[in-house]
Ligand binder design. Structure first.
Ligand code: AMP
Length: 210
């Protein structure tokens, strides 16, 4: 199963991707996590991406296309993958098609902007492994500590309210047209966000026929 998760920033793509990857036993590729790791490690890609990310803007398509084609060529992606946060523009989706990357389904998590603004203030991520939590909805077992690796949980710089607003604007303008793009290919499966994280996972698995 080659799956794309679409949705606004804060829709819960990262959280759902982590859960789906256990259910479906395929890896998740999150361009956001890859870019944050690149920034932390001070790589050339990280240096290129940082100013865009801090401002809530999209990183240039060519940087993303290089990351994704390299990653998908790795052995652990041979039996399927979940793409979290990519593609985010029509150009990225077209480049993936051109590279022969086959997609089986595109799940779009639907949620109102107002709910996202509320949610983002409680989001925390592990600075070590990138796992995501929410102070209320998905709290870690020990406050401030990642369940999976023991890393420190921090608030993302781009989760500040003004940056979230900018990211939502970018989403509606640049990423939402992908719904049409994939609907035309018969791949789009919209899923309404549910009050509980597990319910949204169930709704996604249901729409995928699992
Ligand atoms: P995310 O963790 O998916 O919310 O991504 C955080 C930030 O990384 C975004 O606001 C963008 O600046 C950048 N980013 C991640 N994925 C992409 C992508 N596919 N295209 C462009 N920028 C991206």
């Amino acid at each position: 199963m080659n799956l794309i998760l679409l949705g606004a920033p804060g829709a819960g793509k990262g959280t759902q991707a982590e859960r789906l990857c256990k259910e479906l036993n395929i890896p998740t590729i999150s361009t956001g996590n890859i870019l944050r790791a690149a920034i932390k490690n001070g790589t050339p890609t990280g240096l290129k991406a940082k100013s865009f990310m801090d401002a809530g803007k999209l990183v240039p398509d060519e940087v993303i296309i290089d990351i994704i084609t390299e990653k998908l060529a790795e052995d652990d992606c041979k039996n399927g993958f979940i793409l979290d946060g990519v593609p985010r523009t029509i150009a990225q989706a077209e480049a993936m098609e051109k590279a022969g990357i086959k997609i089986d389904a595109v799940v779009s998590i639907e949620i109102a902007d107002s709910e996202i603004m509320e949610r983002m203030s409680g989001r925390r991520v592990c600075e070590n492994c990138g796992a995501s939590y929410h102070l209320v909805a998905v709290p870690p077992k020990t406050s401030g500590v990642c369940d999976s690796c023991g890393g420190k949980l921090v608030q993302r710089k781009d989760d500040a309210p003004e940056t979230v607003k900018a990211r939502l604007e970018v989403y509606h303008k640049e990423t939402e047209p992908l719904k049409d793009f994939y609907a035309k290919r018969g791949l789009l499966k919209p899923v309404e966000n549910q009050p509980a994280v597990a319910e949204t996972t169930q709704a996604i698995l249901h729409t995928l026929g699992r």
